[in-house]
Design a protein. Sequence first.
Length: 301
Amino acid sequence: MASKPSAIRGARVVGDRYLRFKRQSNPDGRMPLFDHLRELRNRVVKVALAILVGAAVCWGFYNRIWSFMQRPYCQAVGYCKLNTFGHTLIYSGVMDGFYLHIKVAVVAGAIITSPVWLYQIWAFIAPGLYSREKRWTYLFLGSAVPLFGLGCFFAFLAMSRGLKFFISVSGGGLTALFTADSYLGYWIAMVVGFGLCFEVPLFLVILNLARIVTHERFKKWRRLIIFLVFVFAGIASPSPDPLTMLLLGGVVVALVEVAEVLIYFNDKRYARNHPDPYADLADDELAPLEPQEPVDADSSS
């Protein structure tokens, strides 16, 4: 009867052989459709749990969080004063206050747990990448979270200007009475729109690391990319005033130029590590064939 250490070593050998067999039979890490759906379900559950935990934490700080969210509105109307006509947000339904409490907690929880769900998004995409592309996980997370936070900061700066524009286009003789729910929807739209816009440069760098976008292609597409950035900024920002769109588009274009510099140096590094054997050939010159060894007449018979 085999001893216990021998049995453990035998189990490890069998396990290693099984893993090697799986890697050899499936080197690209491909999974059936149901496995992808199961993986997606697990990631969604983890994201939902993280947001719920964040919402539970933010529930206890509701007054401070809601006071912070109202600052752009107070700047737009001049000042906020409770029970003052035109200078406070209102709600009309019996349960609206309770629903607002839940929405604010969930939104704040989603923002503070952004590193968790951004990682889950990347972890769902990463198995389809090659090993050299998976090394950029820390770069993705280390850049996505600060960029999203920077977008939220600029959104907070632009909210009051957008509200002033909406109030001014209504004309004179009218008093603006915004409900808390409609204002929260505007606040969320601004944060999400600005946050996504600020992720565009990171998206370009990731495409370059995957060798989908090179610096040569970027130079050809620069004008189109800048135009699309301003178009996306106009769509993502719910405020139609030109100053908000210029603020968002201008900052994102500056970040895109930074991304171009990173793409340039990454292409230089890639060219040094992967030299092109046909770089010195003219466009109309045929590539030389590899020399073949002479065939021995005696051996050919």
